[in-house]
Design a protein around this ligand. Structure first.
Ligand SMILES: NC(=O)c1ccc[n+]([C@@H]2O[C@H](COP(=O)([O-])OP(=O)(O)OC[C@H]3O[C@@H](n4cnc5c(N)ncnc54)[C@H](OP(=O)(O)O)[C@@H]3O)[C@@H](O)[C@H]2O)c1
Length: 255
């Protein structure tokens, strides 16, 4: 087991070689955490970890691959014996948009037309991947005296907002990415319920609309600005709340 880092808090961020996850790793490391930078491609993860530097270790983790999840869990168990913060950030928005405009892609993803393969592949990462990593990491989180799980979702997952015809999300809600975030919210409620009598806190957070690969860099916020709520919640101490669904700054999103 690592000795030098034993007294530091240990965090794992999934899908952290770029975008919001990368920013979260950077800020947790700056706060003195030992951070495992999860990446489905180890080389990209190592490059990202080197870029941030001290306190950051790349960890191969493909959230759709059970063997990779098991290996990553075993690695953390052997090296650190526990996990304090788990940020489930990895996600994809589509597999087939290619060069289509958002409008063109939206037409392809209407409920009546969408390819079930497209739905399944996105849900495999955004929903089942999160549940699988949760199941694997929970025994390590239970060994922490102050553990927190932060699931990175989207305002698009809010049924209250998307079912409101006045909401800008109403017309763009689709069975692929949007509904994957609704499903993620639902399984997170199940995690919140399961853990409410334990010390383990569970929060859902939406970044702002951020310029990342996920949206073809069309977001309006920089990665640093867009990631602020995820960082704020990941850094909450033992007195911080559980069971929340928020965006910057601590604004509740309706379920
Ligand atoms: N950007 C926004 O405006 C926005 C708004 C609301 C919510 N969000 C949420 O914020 C989170 C981060 O998104 P982002 O905007 O930072 O997107 P991003 O830059 O595309 O980053 C997504 C990360 O997830 C990784 N990933 C994808 N599939 C994976 C898998 N099977 N296993 C492990 N890692 C995987 C990607 O790896 P590769 O580099 O290998 O592709 C990448 O590192 C997501 O949950 C997203 O839904 C983003």
């Amino acid at each position: 087991m690592a000795t030098i880092e034993n007294n530091k808090r240990i965090a794992l961020v999934t899908g952290a070689n770029q975008g919001v996850g990368f920013q979260v790793v950077k800020e947790l490391a700056a706060q003195g955490f030992t951070v495992l930078l999860g990446s489905r491609n180890l080389e990209r993860g190592e490059t990202a970890a080197r870029e941030i530097g001290k306190g950051v270790h790349a960890l191969h983790l493909d959230v759709t691959d059970q063997a990779s999840i098991s290996d990553a869990t075993e690695h953390i168990r052997k090296e650190f014996g526990h996990l304090d913060v788990l940020v489930q950030n990895a996600a994809i928005s589509n597999t087939s948009k290619g060069n289509l405009s958002l409008q063109e892609y939206h037409q392809l993803t209407l409920a009546s037309k969408v390819s079930l393969d497209e739905v399944r592949t996105v849900w495999e990462t955004n929903v089942f991947g999160v549940l699988s990593v949760y199941q694997a990491m929970l025994p390590l989180l239970r060994k922490s005296s102050d553990a927190r799980i932060v699931n990175v979702t989207s305002g698009l997952g809010s049924l209250t907002m998307t079912s409101d015809p006045a909401s800008p999300y109403h017309k763009i809600f689709d069975p692929v990415y949007s509904a994957s975030k609704t499903a993620l919210n639902a399984i997170t409620v199940a995690m919140m319920t399961e853990l409410e009598s334990t010390g383990i806190k569970v929060n859902l957070v939406s970044p702002a609309y951020t310029r990342t690969n996920l949206n073809g860099y069309e977001g309006t916020e920089s990665v640093a600005e867009g990631s602020r709520e995820v960082v704020r919640v990941a850094l909450l101490g033992p007195d911080g709340p559980t069971g929340t669904y928020t965006m910057w700054e601590n604004v509740n999103i309706p379920w």
